[in-house]
Design a protein around this ligand. Structure first.
Ligand code: KG4
Ligand code: ZN
Length: 328
């Protein structure tokens, strides 16, 4: 069975084809970074208009890449949310219209479920059950994953998401959009510990996070001109990573599981990966990541999540109920 996956929740238009026999057979992605850079952040109206322009082109390119015709599709999976309201409508409208025309199921997929399952696309995929650390621009959650659609929330951010904290702090420091990866690169040139930032909720005794105070702490300390921006970036990154690592290890301990899956854009952060790899190796636990290209938003994770649901026997109309099992 071949599933077309459509993603348009934020500033990437993603289209991919997943074949349940052969795996990923096409991946097309268009990033709107250049479009939004001048504004220092995503402009929702511009994002929606660009998705409308790009989506049909990417669909044609994906079909050509795989040598598949529209008639060869068995289902269409699209990101149902969460995301920018207007932007989401492009994948939803396109997916539902195409599916209705072709007489095949349209599968609404929760964006976070896409991220959550993306490490399963790797050659060395984790087996269920596992703990997932979802760290994106909009969410920071720890989940217990027992199978497709069987997710239990263990903890989450009570305010800003980790990626949001990276982006907002980068903006405060006058770094270019998109801030997260730019701040991470600057951090690699600095030394953590020369400035002191808090580790919020490190000892809260639960698996929740809080990152908004970190941004305020950076803002206060930035008034001291003697602090090198690279040292501030390094300490900020160390603070976020310390908390993410400690809570992930606590989630493994609490659940008694030995596999940790990291998903979402912040999962691309090299400092986070290095610390998690080291900490889990010492405890005979293992950590799994999606391929770097699949860490941030893409159509492949949506096509894949749709294919798993189709294999599970899910057709049109049922997807929504399962798809919202992960809390937005
Ligand atoms: O998963 P994603 O592409 O989009 C959402 O669903 O939010 O994640 C984007 C987030 C942004 O906040 C971005 O700054 C952050 O991931 N990000 C990073 C890195 N690469 C992307 N944060 C820290 N270090 C990175 N290397
Ligand atoms: Zn995402």
């Amino acid at each position: 069975m071949i599933v077309l996956g459509l993603e348009s929740s934020c500033d990437e238009t993603g289209v991919a084809l997943y074949d349940t026999e052969r795996g990923l057979i096409a991946q097309q992605l268009h990033s709107q970074i250049d479009l939004h850079a001048a504004y220092g952040g995503v402009v929702p109206e511009l994002a929606s208009r660009d998705h409308v322009r790009r989506m049909p082109v990417l669909i044609r390119q994906a079909l050509a890449e795989a040598g598949v015709s529209m008639a060869g599709l068995d289902a269409i999976a699209y990101t149902a949310g969460p995301g920018l309201a207007g932007a989401l409508l492009i994948a939803a409208g396109t997916g539902q219209a195409l599916a209705a025309t072709l007489g095949i199921p349209a599968l609404p997929i929760h964006h976070l479920e896409g991220h959550l399952l993306s490490p399963l696309l790797a050659d060395d995929a984790p087996a269920f059950p596992f703990v997932a650390l979802l760290v994106s621009g909009g969410h920071t959650q720890l989940m217990r994953v027992d199978g497709v659609g069987r997710y239990a929330l263990l903890g989450e951010s009570v305010d800003d998401a980790a990626g949001e904290a990276f982006d907002k702090t980068a903006k405060l420091m006058g770094l270019a959009y998109p801030g997260g990866p730019v701040l991470a690169r600057l951090a690699d040139q600095g030394v953590a510990g020369r400035v002191k930032l808090p580790r919020p909720m490190l000892h809260s005794g639960d698996l929740n996070f809080s990152f908004s105070g970190l941004k305020t702490a950076v803002m206060t300390q930035l008034r001291d001109a003697s602090i090198a921006p690279a040292d501030m970036a390094a300490e900020f990154q160390a603070a976020v990573v310390d908390v993410l690592v400690a809570k992930s290890l606590a989630a493994l301990k609490q659940t008694g599981l030995s596999r940790l899956v990291v998903a979402g854009g912040v999962g691309a952060n090299q400092a986070l990966r290095a610390r998690l790899n080291e900490a889990t190796a010492r405890r005979r636990q293992r950590v799994f990541y999606p391929e770097p290209a699949l860490c941030t938003d893409n159509g492949a994770m949506i096509a894949f999540a749709g294919a798993l649901r189709l294999l599970d026997g899910e057709g049109e109309g049922e997807g929504g109920a399962h798809a919202v099992a992960v809390r937005p």
